[in-house]
Write a protein that binds this ligand. Structure first.
Ligand SMILES: *Cc1c(COP(=O)(O)O)cnc(C)c1O
Length: 408
């Protein structure tokens, strides 16, 4: 192990929007011997997780589980459904949408990018207009990021589905839910999504290393014609082996122990309660940001993320933003908390507060107190009282998670 200078007392606050903190219960569930992945004990585990994960995606269809980071599942979604030179319509919501687009370019797809300012979600009307123009149906897939983790902006997936249907267009709908699954309401079947991509280290509270493709019948049919090269990522052999609870290669056994526990935990709390909890903590965080006199990056309140809040650093007299990374460094060094950095276009002037996963009212209070104290220590001008404003929101809505879930 790398020797660190000292052992800081207390727990590190990992308030980046993924990986999120892994709860003790999941760590303990993974702390078992690795077993024979072709034996009967594994088979029971495989069958359980393959059934349980469907409830998280809200689908009755199969979910392919890869030993890979989320990026692997992005690639799997593209190579299983598309052919070289196919046109795909992608939406520039932020850093992650841009990376997915670059991947499509590298794979030899013709990726068209609907430009965006990184402060709003996908514009369904714009997607509909572009599809309506495409009379020859050259566009084979529409790709959207549900929760853009770089900006704290969500996109309205049912609206994108309606846009495709209104244009009467046969394109597949591919959605990245890497940072929203298990945190923000998401319905693969009801919303008519063809491939949903996700990962383990955000809402599912697991370490990095598992990722997912939930697939529709239409996506499976497309995979039988798709011409892009695929071997490891191919759904066919995996789905065949999964029928008996196995994989065609060595699966990430210990992460699957963790996945089983994560699914149990989400089921015990109730998915709708989990979603309401995230919305409530996001709302309290926004109260704090407003009280500090700061700006939230997301410009459309209907698109605020339940998973993270991206905050714009205030400007000094010359109009320059105070440095977000110097501020984050002060928070880490003084209070042992990691906040999310501004990515690419947002680098240096935006920071992100993650409020997802295994997270409760007091975790939020500790997080926001660390941010407010960090402003003070780093000399970032702010109004006092952000923590107090969040506290007011939490006390006014205490114990209401279930009611909020029912109202939703
Ligand atoms: C984290 C994230 C990714 C990348 O996932 P990796 O596990 O780092 O490969 C992609 N998309 C979104 C929306 C993410 O939040």
């Amino acid at each position: 192990m790398v020797k660190l200078n000292s052992h800081p007392a207390g727990r590190h606050f990992l308030q980046i929007p993924g990986p999120s903190t892994v709860p003790d219960r999941i760590l303990r569930a993974m702390d078992y011997p690795t077993i024979d992945h072709r034996g009967p004990e594994f088979q029971a585990l495989g069958k359980k997780v393959l059934a349980d994960i469907k409830t998280i995606f809200q689908t009755a269809n199969p979910v392919v589980i890869y030993p890979a980071s989320g990026t692997g599942a992005w690639e799997a979604a593209l190579v299983n459904t598309l052919s070289p030179g196919d046109t795909v319509l992608m939406v520039e919501t932020g850093h992650f949408a841009t990376l997915w687009k670059k991947m499509a370019d590298k794979l030899g797809l013709n990726a068209e990018f609907l430009g965006g300012d990184w402060r709003r979600g996908a514009d369904a009307a714009q997607i509909e207009a572009r599809l309506a123009e495409d009379k020859e149906h050259k566009i084979k897939a529409v790709c959207v990021v549900h929760n853009e983790t770089s900006t704290g902006v969500t996109s309205d997936i049912p609206a994108v589905r309606r846009a495709i249907d209104k244009a009467n267009h046969p394109a597949l709908l591919l959605v990245d839910t890497i940072s929203s699954l298990g945190s923000i309401d998401y319905r693969h079947d009801e919303w008519g999504v063809d491939v949903t991509v996700s990962g383990s280290q955000k809402g599912l509270m697991l370490p990095p290393g598992l990722s997912f493709n939930a697939v529709s019948d239409k996506a499976i049919a497309a995979s039988q014609r798709a011409g892009l090269s695929k071997a490891y990522w191919g759904w066919g052999e995996i789905l065949e082996a999964n029928k008996n609870g196995f994989w065609p290669y060595t699966p990430a056994t210990n992460l699957l122990y963790g996945l089983s526990e994560a699914c149990d935990m989400l089921a015990e709390e109730g998915l709708q309660n989990v979603f309401a909890r995230h919305q409530r903590h996001a709302a309290a965080t926004r109260e704090a940001v407003k009280a500090w006199g700061m700006e939230i990056l997301c410009q459309n309140p209907a698109e605020y993320s339940g998973v993270l809040t991206a905050v714009v650093m205030p400007r000094d007299a010359s109009g320059q933003h105070y440095n977000a990374d110097a501020f984050r460094k002060a928070v880490l060094e003084n209070f042992n908390m990691s906040l999310g950095q501004g990515l690419t276009k947002l680098s240096g002037w935006v920071f992100r507060i993650g409020h997802l996963g295994d997270f409760n009212d007091l975790t939020l209070m500790g997080t926001l107190a660390g941010v407010e104290m960090g402003f003070e220590v780093a000399g970032v001008p702010h109004q006092k009282g952000g923590v107090l404003a969040a506290m007011k929101h939490l006390t006014a809505t205490a114990g209401n998670n279930e009611k909020l879930a029912k109202a939703a």
